[in-house]
Design a protein. Sequence first.
Length: 210
Amino acid sequence: MLQTNISNIFYFDAQRGMQSAFNDIFTHQSVQTFTSDNIYQFLRYARELPPDAMILNLCNSNRSTINSFKSLEQEITSDKYPVIVMKSHNESFEYSPRIAHYLSMPLDFHKLTEIIESYSFGNKTPQLMLLDKFSSQSDKLHEWLAARNISYFEVHNIDAASLYLQKNQPHAVWIEYTPEFIAARHNLSHSHIFYVDRQQDTDEIQKFLP
């Protein structure tokens, strides 16, 4: 992995339950972390110094924190950085077109690290970048990819997908054919972009492999 720049990662945790563990994930000198349990201070710093990625840990958050997040969602999200939301495994996610990634606890640290490295340093070459709506349920497309050990980077937001493609080189880009992403092909820069239906026949999906 080529590391030529300093990466700034912002992490919000109202309960402070994982701040130490989060800081321990990225101990090398190329990553700087800013952690806070104050959402307003957190956003003020993000405006002054846009991060490479913003992580919001909403695990076991009280109703006040959740309401603050919802009311500030437009200010929290940006086309300059991806937003990653974390919740407890027994808490359901509400899909938002502004959120790039959803992670459940217990946290998959390998997946989190892969996401952070992709936006911070880049140079990843998966077979696919998959832009689709978040769903907590497994579907035909994901099962099909897993069964064939096809490497892919999944993202749920057009702006984040664009940021990813600026630093990484997937062999192809697959976009879920849905109203939320109907214009994505015109906003993303890649030579092999295809629309796919997540429930379509696998023989048809095979045609879109790189």
